[in-house]
Design a binder for this molecule. Sequence first.
Ligand SMILES: [Zn+2]
Length: 295
Amino acid sequence: MIEVQTIDLHYLGRPLVIASYVLESNDGLVMIETGPGSTLTAAQSALQSLGYKVEDVRHVLLTHIHLDHAGAAGWWARQGAHVYVHHFGARHLIDPSKLMASATRIYGDQMERMWGEMLPVPAGQLTELHEGDVLKLGGLQFEVWETAGHALHHMAFVLGKIAFTGDVAGTRVPGFSLVDAPTPPPEFDLEVWRASLDRLLAADFIAIYPTHFGRVENVAAQLQGVRVLIGEVAEFVRERMVAGVTAEQTAVEYREWYRARAMAAGVSEEAFATLALSNAPEMTVNGVWRYWSKR
Ligand SMILES: [Zn+2]
């Protein structure tokens, strides 16, 4: 039985938004997802309370390079960890300036508060991943699955009958059955995402670990729920585009629909705020808008 420890990074002071997972190996700790730079203090104190030191983290696996998953990777590299990421994403970790510039266009003066610093990962401490790679790390054997759809450069890490799914299996708030799916620009792709979900479904995992948030044991329900939801969201946006509704107005209407859907599922106000933090409605609409614009 492999023990996975869940670290709550308390993103913006809120629990259950962004997780980092750590596993013991014969070669130190393997960390899956680092969270952003803004959560490094929380990450360090959580590790400490589990009895580990920062230098114990030897391997950092990233599902993709979005800031909420990978922003702190360079800091961990500076402490000596080796970083693993999709080959499309590697250059943006070696030189995060483009990634940070595009995030700054979206978040403006909120950048520092939301994401903190993103340090570069030295090329010598970075391994580029490809579909089908097998990572043998201190006795643990991770299969690398390309699972695009949320992002083109998204990987899932499969360890026996469990998988670390980043954002491809959607998101959820522990304690509620509602699933959610972040569909941000620029790479959201409905068909590709569905194919990734079908692959995960066929694997019959006993548990998956989405980054937002925590171990999920009703795996099929989560994956099927996301599969349905991304179709609904795509259709919601497409209908309005066809009718000549602006992106801004679509975002307003989407926010209402999104909220009503959560409330109908019995999600508390508190949990809704948590959900909306890992998946801003404006980003959802922009991502889907862009997807249809290319077609
Ligand atoms: Zn993402």
